[in-house]
Design a protein around this ligand. Structure first.
Ligand SMILES: NC(=O)c1ccc[n+]([C@@H]2O[C@H](COP(=O)([O-])OP(=O)(O)OC[C@H]3O[C@@H](n4cnc5c(N)ncnc54)[C@H](O)[C@@H]3O)[C@@H](O)[C@H]2O)c1
Ligand SMILES: [Fe+2]
Length: 382
């Protein structure tokens, strides 16, 4: 067995009503003047008011400038508010975009250089202000990972700040926070969680610990995502999805994700397609490519997604896994084909060039990909 480390947020608080623990955690972490980091939509629909009502007797600020797939300037603006307001902690309330913004602000606020200098692995010099992450999507798993993904508009790329100092101090996963998600966000973020589980399970860095989390998450997502999509108020399905996305986050935060994410980033960076949708567009095609590298693992995926594999060869069972992924994406209405997003076919070689440089992710993938292989996958997904 290889040596592997396992890292997640320092404390997880889960279950309906878990936000009731917020004040206690704010005080425990010594936050006297935290900044709530969120977006305008969540403020408008009353989610932030609820969080504010839990912070009685504490002075705090609210930053509502987060945008989906945040660009560097969002972090710079939020950091300015953080510094000027002399804040001493961050409470991220939102999807991956709000949580990633708060994580980047924690890293950037004590730093004297430019934000871009922190992009890469282990370039954050000190631990910044403590972070409490409260996800409202299910989801990215960002509440338990050591990465913040930001959009570099000039380079048309999505880039990551990767550092253990970004691991949140507390993750409060309260499923009721996700009830207001519209179906399109439920499906995109839910497929993202599924991709995290699948890519962690077939990653070359998978361990028995990440395997158990990944398979558990796949089983729950396969059953619950269509239900949560069909009926946003299905509390049980929302609970399952919130827990599964947390488990998938713990799995990929340690085993890593692979080629689906590497190929999806250029779609987000260049064409601003939501992260979960970019993943979903590529998932079946990358998995078709990966299949021969670990057919036994694909059999496990098929079974976790509810397929019957008795009497089938590993290769036939692996095909069932890919079919199950396709069916799930179609049930939750993910549009098919890159052409549906007006991506010009001529852009494929440039996207393949960008994706092929993402060694941070491609090195986790169970099958090697050349730039030409990547181009071919984009063409199949077109
Ligand atoms: N750091 C990580 O480990 C990690 C992992 C995966 C993805 N990501 C990043 O996360 C981002 C995507 O995050 P996301 O998929 O959670 O979406 P998001 O945070 O971008 O939110 C999408 C939209 O949904 C709205 N929304 C969120 N929760 C809602 C709720 N409960 N009710 C109503 N509306 C709600 C938001 O206001 C926003 O308009 C991408 O930038 C992606 O790259 C990060
Ligand atoms: Fe993701």
């Amino acid at each position: 067995m290889n040596i592997s480390t396992f890292k997640i947020a320092n404390k997880l608080i889960t279950g309906n009503g878990a936000t009731e623990c917020l004040l206690q955690e704010v005080e425990r972490l010594g936050m006297k003047n935290p900044l709530i980091v969120t977006d305008e939509i969540l403020q408008k629909i009353g989610v932030i008011e609820k969080i504010q009502s839990l912070l009685k007797g504490i002075s705090y600020g609210v930053f509502t400038g987060v945008e989906p797939e945040p660009e560097f300037y969002v972090v710079e603006e939020c950091t300015e508010v953080f510094r000027k307001g002399m804040h001493d902690g961050l409470i991220a309330v939102g999807g991956g975009s709000a949580i990633d913004t708060a994580k980047a602000v924690s890293a950037f606020s004590p730093f004297e250089g430019n934000l871009i200098e922190l992009v890469g692995t282990d370039l954050v010099p000190v631990k910044g202000a403590p972070i409490i992450a409260i996800p409202t999507t299910a989801g990215t798993g960002s509440e338990v990972t050591n990465i913040s993904i930001l959009s570099d508009k000039d380079a048309q790329l999505k880039k990551g700040i990767v550092s253990d100092y970004l691991l949140p101090d507390v993750a409060i996963v309260a499923p009721e926070m996700t009830l207001t998600m519209p179906p399109s966000v439920t499906s995109a973020s839910g497929i993202d969680a599924l991709v995290h589980a699948i890519e962690a399970y077939i990653s070359v860095n998978a361990s028995p610990i990440t395997d158990a989390l990944a398979i558990g998450a796949m089983k729950m997502i396969g059953k619950s995502l269509p239900k949560a999509y069909a009926n946003p108020n299905n509390v049980e399905a929302r609970e399952q999805m919130a827990t599964a996305s947390l488990m998938a986050g713990m799995a990929f935060g340690n085993a890593g994700v692979g080629a689906v994410h590497a190929l999806a980033y250029p779609l987000g960076g260049r064409y601003h397609i939501a992260h979960g949708v970019s993943n979903a567009l590529l998932l079946p095609f990358v998995m078709e490519w990966n299949k021969i590298s670990c057919v036994e693992r694909f059999r496990d995926i098929a079974e976790a997604l509810g397929e019957k594999t008795d009497g089938l060869s590993d290769s036939e069972a692996a095909d069932k896994a890919v079919q199950a992924m396709k069916r799930l994406c179609s049930e939750v209405n993910i549009p098919k084909g890159l052409h549906a997003f007006h991506i010009p076919e001529e852009a494929i070689p440039d996207m393949a060039e960008d994706a092929s440089k993402n060694n941070r992710l491609l090195k986790n993938n169970p099958r090697l990909l050349s730039k030409l292989d990547i181009e071919q996958i984009y063409r199949s997904a077109y």
